[in-house]
Ligand binder design. Sequence first.
Ligand SMILES: Nc1ncnc2c1ncn2[C@@H]1O[C@H](COP(=O)(O)OP(=O)(O)OP(=O)(O)O)[C@@H](O)[C@H]1O
Length: 256
Amino acid sequence: MIKIENVHLYRNEKVILNNLDWHVQKGQHWAILGLNGSGKTTLLKVINGYIWPNNGKVQVLGETFGNTYIPTLRTRIGWVSNAMIDSFNWQDNAIEIVLSGKFGALRLFNDVSDAEIEQALSFMRQFHCEHLANKSFEHLSQGEQQRVQIARALMAEPEILILDEPCGGLDLIERENLLQKIEQIADGENCPTLIYVTHHVEEILPCFSHVLLMKDGKSVAADTREVILNEQLLSDFFGREVSLQIQQERAWLAVK
Ligand SMILES: Nc1ncnc2c1ncn2[C@@H]1O[C@H](COP(=O)(O)OP(=O)(O)OP(=O)(O)O)[C@@H](O)[C@H]1O
């Protein structure tokens, strides 16, 4: 699904991605865990073709960058991030935002059929935001905006769904509700390959089969969830001794 080989990216003399290798196979779901500034968002921008590495090879959904038309490829990738939220027209109604996803656009410029409206409402129902359909995006809470954004991404029936810190800014209950929804996506038929970016180990749900640990633009480790969620390995990664507890199949960390 994704093949990143020896990718090196620098801007203004700063190395942002440092000879990064990462392979995502069909059937896997990945979490990317990294400290602030480790290059996670930059990696996502590379995968979506918004920025170009200085060296290395990028292949996404079988398409090799340099030999493919990126806008068409992007319609096959759902990307949920705060960077995307900023680009919406906040006066648009929630359902218009969701419907725009069908066309890979930021605003709804197309005529829509009754079936497309029903599809949008059905995703909104799935994410408990159908009642917000006619409310303008600017008047939604952060949690509601996140749910609308995920419904929007699913409208395009993406083969890869990237969730970049979707729980950022959410309270405990909103966060757990959203994580439950993400688990439901993972359990669903025709689930896209999930890529979930976070700073928080406890958000790495059992549905994520693999974890990439990023630090200073490098891949420190990329392995199965069971291998990565290890006290010694994470202590080395964070550079501080941490204790790890498993509760309800999720790992919870505390600094010792
Ligand atoms: N155009 C640029 N020029 C110089 N430095 C940049 C540029 N874009 C990003 N950076 C730097 O690259 C590093 C990685 O940024 P990036 O946003 O990818 O990190 P991140 O892991 O997503 O961080 P966070 O978890 O805080 O969102 C940061 O130190 C950032 O300041």
